[in-house]
Design a protein around this ligand. Structure first.
Ligand SMILES: CC(C)(COP(=O)(O)OP(=O)(O)OC[C@H]1O[C@@H](n2cnc3c(N)ncnc32)[C@H](O)[C@@H]1OP(=O)(O)O)[C@@H](O)C(=O)NCCC(=O)NCCS
Length: 132
């Protein structure tokens, strides 16, 4: 995972991914999902998501906040299967909505999510600089 992410972003974020793994990779409880795709025993992609309760006053929904497939294994349906497994996990928890947020200029990930049926939702992201 660290390797796949470093390949995509150009930055090795070992400490970050180890902390994500500790938080989401324990397999405990239905609310956190950390799935990998394997081909011939090699991890070629991953997806991470969680169930969030009553965020923005909305009923519980599933969030996907990371998905990545190693470049040499792309366009083979790996991400579609990862997202399908995540959706199935959320459905088992009784959740009826899946959400994500993505960078405006990341047309690759946008094309992927659109291909899976995701549409613009009712929320808009806001941000501000915090003075230090
Ligand atoms: C987006 C990504 C996850 C897709 O993985 P993948 O395994 O190649 O996806 P799939 O093979 O399941 O593709 C499903 C659909 O997505 C769309 N899609 C995928 N790659 C695409 C591309 N390069 N251009 C346009 N559409 C694309 C297509 O509609 C595709 O369906 P099709 O093959 O029938 O045309 C992968 O390209 C990736 O990891 N990109 C980097 C992700 C990233 O930036 N992560 C950091 C933010 S979380």
């Amino acid at each position: 995972m660290i390797e796949i992410d470093a390949g995509a972003t150009g930055v090795e974020r070992r400490v970050y991914w180890l902390s994500v793994f500790r938080r989401y990779g324990d397999g405990e409880g239905p609310e956190r999902h950390f799935l990998v795709a394997e081909i011939d025993g090699r991890v070629v992609g991953f997806i991470i998501g969680e169930l969030r309760d009553w965020e923005f006053g909305e009923p519980p929904c599933g969030w996907v906040f990371a998905i990545d497939v190693a470049p040499e294994f792309r366009l083979g349906g790996v991400a579609t299967r990862l997202l399908g497994a995540l959706r199935a996990g959320f459905r088992r928890s009784g959740v009826r909505k899946l959400r994500t947020i993505l960078a405006r200029d990341n047309t690759l990930i946008l094309s992927f999510f659109r291909s899976q049926g995701m549409m613009t939702g009712p929320f808009i992201p806001l941000e501000m600089d915090l003075d230090v």
